[in-house]
Ligand binder design. Sequence first.
Ligand SMILES: *[C@@H]1O[C@H](CO)[C@@H](O)[C@H](O)[C@H]1NC(C)=O
Ligand SMILES: *[C@@H]1O[C@H](CO)[C@@H](O)[C@H](O)[C@H]1NC(C)=O
Ligand SMILES: *[C@@H]1O[C@H](CO)[C@@H](O)[C@H](O)[C@H]1NC(C)=O
Length: 288
Amino acid sequence: MGLLLLLQVLLAAAAARAPAAQAWGKEGHYMTCKITDGFLTSEASAAVKELLPSWANGELAEVCAWADKQRFRYRWSSPLHFADTPGDCNFSYARDCHDTKGNKDVCVVGAINNYTAALEDPSSPYDRTESLMFLAHFVGDVHQPLHCGHVDDLGGNTIKLRWYRRKSNLHHVWDVDVIEQAMKDFYGKDQDAMVKAIQRNITEDWSREEKQWEACRSKTKTCADKYAQESAVLACDAYKGVKQDSTLGDDYYSAALPVVEKRIAQGGVRLAAILNRIFSGNGELQSI
Ligand SMILES: *[C@@H]1O[C@H](CO)[C@@H](O)[C@H](O)[C@H]1NC(C)=O
Ligand SMILES: *[C@@H]1O[C@H](CO)[C@@H](O)[C@H](O)[C@H]1NC(C)=O
Ligand SMILES: *[C@@H]1O[C@H](CO)[C@@H](O)[C@H](O)[C@H]1NC(C)=O
């Protein structure tokens, strides 16, 4: 075996053992932000490009998984990725948006409000590039149902199971496994092809409901609490029939995939509406 191949095998083995990430995986975040990109007004798109770090090469989608890599550097950011609930299919900001020490607003919904407010306020002391990267990530996360999963099992992370024949856990199934399986089965492992299929759905099958997705009446906050509520309801379904050591296969996959695709679509559309509101003064989407 060549050295390079050996290295690849070792890296793949290490990746397979890595602990579950607590967010849509890289692909989920990339796709969400690719969708966003298509709906930005030219003004918002220019403002976003201005804030992106040079390593993004002008692509919002390149920075949308950044926040996951900061969890060790910025330990305080770890509880900002989710908002778990007691498991009553309901998210309540007052009840659920805090960290384990009870600090208020420390959850994914609080973080979306925080970074939106920071970007809206030119005098905010927070780094604007980081605020954009956090915001783009957390709007993705709040749409992943298991990010509003149950507190007791850490959003499904402690529910160990098999995804087909591979060891996984319920959280990871929703972050990564369903998306990777779909990319393999339907899109030649190409995330841009999957993005195109989701985009087509937004303008065709979902074109009527899409208006409701972006609607947000709140003048002072984002509507992220509504997105968390939707996720809490979807999470309830995601837990049904799943126990420790379950094996999830075709039935689970075919029920989960349309949900995953729609949540990526909604996350993308809503992030665009938020960024358009911040940078061009209204949340209307640029039509594609
Ligand atoms: C969900 O919580 C809200 C308060 O945050 C409450 O008004 C509503 O009745 C709850 N719904 C259910 C189904 O428990
Ligand atoms: C708000 O953003 C600042 C700057 O990144 C961070 O220190 C703080 O923890 C954030 N709070 C929440 C609730 O997101
Ligand atoms: C498109 O929408 C249909 C109907 O909601 C759904 O079954 C399908 O999974 C969606 N496909 C994609 C790629 O979003």
